[in-house]
Design a protein around this ligand. Structure first.
Ligand code: GDP
Length: 194
């Protein structure tokens, strides 16, 4: 699959603005600063692809990328900003909840977590939610270049053990810096798309 053909399609502030709900969509979601944009750029091999999502005013939007006709990546707004007003947080939750609940072409989630701070409260909410509706969820433990090999092994083992009750959840180490796990992540996205 040629990820390098991926292009920015559009942004959407609400579901009605999303492209037609056909084909297959894989959504990237995670706490702000966890490395979501870097992961999208690394997986597609296009350096500044996800930078669009960082444009001021676009951070609360769903950004869509098209890999080929009817195969899309969705970059969902980051969560967990410490000091956002409650109204902004509520808006985020509404947008995401609607998207996750209603988007028929959504076939899997890629959950981005900083490998040094995995499985925070909102991450668990997403895991429970995807488990309930039987949506596959793949976790990228990002920035693993900041861990020693022993810490990486320990983190991965701990996650495997905590996620055992969730058969549709998979997890891997990832680094946008040294490309650890890049081909594994690409393979996963491809599997979800076909
Ligand atoms: P987002 O807010 O989740 O989209 O996060 P970004 O992709 O913008 O990354 C947030 C910060 O973490 C930036 O300063 C990145 O350069 C850095 N970062 C992202 N991925 C990695 C990684 O794999 N390793 C290291 N060391 N830093 C990373």
């Amino acid at each position: 699959m040629n990820f390098q053909q991926t292009v920015f399609l559009q942004s959407a502030a609400k579901l009605s603005q999303l492209p037609k709900d056909i084909g297959i969509e894989i959504a990237f979601i995670g706490r702000s600063n966890a490395g979501k944009s870097s992961a999208i750029n690394t997986i597609t091999g296009i350096k500044h692809l996800a930078r669009t999502s960082k444009t001021p005013g676009r951070t609360q939007l769903i950004n869509l990328f098209e890999i080929e006709p009817d195969k899309r990546l969705a970059d969902l707004p980051g969560y967990g900003f410490a000091k956002v007003p409650a109204s902004v947080k509520k808006q985020w939750e509404q947008t995401i909840n609607h998207y996750l609940a209603q988007r028929k072409s959504l076939k899997a989630l890629i959950l981005i977590m900083d490998s040094r701070h995995p499985l925070q409260a909102t991450d668990w909410e997403l895991i429970h939610w995807s488990d309930q509706i039987k949506l596959p969820l793949h976790i990228l433990l990002t920035k693993c270049d900041k861990l020693t090999a022993a810490e990486s092994r320990k983190t991965l083992a701990s996650l495997h053990s905590q996620l055992k009750p969730y058969p549709l959840v998979t997890v891997q180490l990832f680094s946008a810096i040294d490309k650890t796990g890049c081909s594994q992540a690409r393979k996963k996205v491809e599997d979800f798309l076909f």
